[in-house]
Design a protein around this ligand. Sequence first.
Ligand code: ADP
Ligand code: ASP
Ligand code: MG
Length: 419
Amino acid sequence: MALIVHKYGGTSMGSTERIRNVAKRVAKWARAGHQMVVVPSAMSGETNRLLGLAKDVSPAVHSPAVARELDMIACTGEQVSVGLLALAIQAEGLEAVSYSGWQVPIKTDSSYTKARIESIDDARVRADLAAGKVVVITGFQGVDEGNNITTLGRGGSDTSAVAVAAAMKADECLIYTDVDGVYTTDPRVVPEARRLHTISFEEMLEMASLGSKVLQIRSVEFAGKYRVPMRVLSSFTSWDIPIEEEAKSGTLITFEEDEKMEQAVVSGIAFNRDEAKITVLGVPDKPGIAYGILGKVAEANIDVDVIIQNVSNEGKTDFSFTVHRNDYQRTVDLLKSDVVPALGAAAVIGDTRICKVSIVGIGMRSHAGVASTMFRCLSEEGINIQMITTSEIKTSVVIDEKYMELAVRALHRAFELDQ
Ligand code: ADP
Ligand code: ASP
Ligand code: MG
């Protein structure tokens, strides 16, 4: 008997028929003698619908007070899901009980709309499991110190599931979704993408941080920190396939590097359309520029990603960086009002029509020339590179958004990922 956490995403929970199917699958695992904790997302489209309602009644000002209410609204999608799923599991003849994040409780900090899990008290859940119940816990939500409801950022149900698995020292966390594993790149963009049987934790962390939305990055961080055995697999296989077969399907996140030794230099390609580029022009080139610009941005709680400072020309330089598109206008306004006058810079310009494309692979550590293969491939396609950033196991470029699919497909071929 093992303690297993299942997570089901929005599409897997997308209709009452699908929820009944999820219940049948969970019941199969419970009947095989496993203790089951299930973490579902809101039904597909529901979180967008809820946030759309909020947008209708409130102007788009970002403030902690607005964000608090957004969480109050957005969390309800998962509340409906857990109730429905618990009912469907009961209809399978098992005992099941549902909980909201605050009932467990899953405690988070107070960063509304992107809260971080701080601790999980598993006493109530353990008591239910010991009494033979299936426990169904909302994904995506938690509660802060002041008893305010928080949410964990879009895609946050993955993180709820892995955090619960970590807190309870579960034997495995299975992430059921609408694809049958982690692919070399998004199979919806490149049909030739291949499913990976395993992916190292480090590569998965990079893929997730660089835009592969198959797993929320914080879920991967939790898996790494607490060594949670974790697998991504399909919820669309027939619910009654043998458990042994199901348990080996999909993609396993591995923690041993050696397994990758013989494999491809580049394991996957990620892309991200969520960023925007901002350039501060004509900044006097003297110590303190980066701090003068990015210090203000950080104070406003805006995350910065790729950063470039050009060589100076007659004592002036240009400074570019990317932020999330949601933070674009706020950043530009802040720079214009505070930073440009203070630094004596010339102007601020920006571009929201960019994307970041990245190649990821542990093998890049030991192979030279991988980045140059990437640059050659993009130049052969006539794609201009605007910014470059590298780390030990990834190279990212910022390019015009309109070339994103072309770039991803060409790189997928260039690194023979379809072979
Ligand atoms: P869920 O609702 O189950 O959480 P998501 O939509 O969040 O599902 O994540 C699954 C989606 O991630 C897939 O439908 C796929 O389009 C996308 N995706 C992006 N990159 C990859 C990748 N490398 N491998 C598999 N799926 C990917
Ligand atoms: N329902 C939330 C979202 O749409 C969380 C999740 O699905 O993981 O972002
Ligand atoms: Mg998801």
